[in-house]
Design a binder for this molecule. Structure first.
Ligand code: PAF
Length: 280
């Protein structure tokens, strides 16, 4: 596995692959890799001939300095996992390599970024959209893979890729859960055993809504009330939002008719912000 830290070196290698007509997949990450990331890498290996994983804890998407400093950094373990999987190259730039100091340009996808995660985290999605655009321009992948776990992020990246006519195909990776049903996230490391059990209510509320819907309940308020009750009855869980949204616009569904819908949930357990979602 090759490891690059500079733009010049990684670009040189990608140019060589392109001259050999090898397709290149990019899996952008912030490290602290878990099975969710590894499943994206395996998918990347099945769709492209060369796979690059970037590991970069992007400061501009953290609106809280404490959250940035607490973000787990586990580079040695990450590299070992990627080497074992047979990844061709890892790109681990320093902050100054990406943002050399005089950066002014920001990529914004205002409508998709406004609600849900965007409502309480000013600038978060501008940070995500900007770093993803930078990585796409710098590494020129043919395909890039993002997990459905961060569904709003995924939709924003799909939209910016379309809007900016970027020649990158976005591939969705399914949300991966542990055996108990907890959605895998680097943030789970910060939960105690009790916290992990408490967090399962997020999944339970999504499942309840999905089961009721599939059994014939189509009234949005009834579905949300059933999910809300599970969350409200869970000690140690503070809900930020529970919403049934239309998948492409992320707008709250008023009635369920024909389109594809998804339930989004976010809550705090032991001060850790946790996200989950499920297609209806
Ligand atoms: O989902 C993540 O890990 C990050 O938001 C991403 C897409 C790598 C951008 O920094």
């Amino acid at each position: 596995m090759m490891k690059f830290t500079t733009k010049a070196d990684v670009q040189r290698q990608i140019r060589i692959w392109k001259k050999l007509y090898k397709s290149v997949a990019l899996v952008p990450t912030m490290g602290a890799l878990h099975e969710g990331h590894l499943s994206l890498v395996r998918k990347a290996q099945s769709v492209a001939e060369r796979v690059v994983v970037s590991i970069f804890v992007n400061p501009t998407q953290f609106n809280n300095a404490d959250d940035l400093s607490k973000y787990p950094r586990t580079e040695e373990a990450d590299l070992a996992l990627l080497r074992e999987l047979g990844v061709h190259a890892v790109f681990t730039p320093a902050v100054a390599e990406i943002y050399p100091g005089d950066t002014q340009t920001v990529v914004s996808v205002p409508e998709l970024a406004a609600p849900w995660e965007g409502a309480g985290r000013a600038g978060h999605f501008e940070g995500v959209a900007t770093i993803v655009s930078i990585l796409f321009h710098m590494l020129t992948p043919d395909v890039a893979l993002f997990g459905e776990k961060d569904f709003q992020q995924l939709r924003i990246i799909e939209q910016l890729t379309t809007d900016l006519h970027l020649p990158v195909k976005i591939i969705r990776g399914e949300l991966i859960r542990d055996k108990s049903g907890l959605a895998l996230s680097s943030r789970n490391e910060r939960l105690s055993d009790v916290g992990r059990k408490t967090a399962l209510s997020l999944h339970e509320s999504l499942l309840t809504i999905q089961e009721l819907y599939r059994a014939g309940t189509s009234d949005v308020d009834t579905l949300l009330a059933a999910g809300t009750k599970i969350l409200a009855d869970t000690d140690g869980l503070t809900t930020d939002y529970l919403a049934i949204v239309e998948e492409s616009t992320l707008a709250p569904a008023k009635e369920l008719c024909g389109n594809t819908y998804r339930t989004l949930v976010c809550g705090y357990v032991e001060d850790v912000r946790l996200l989950d979602n499920m297609r209806l």
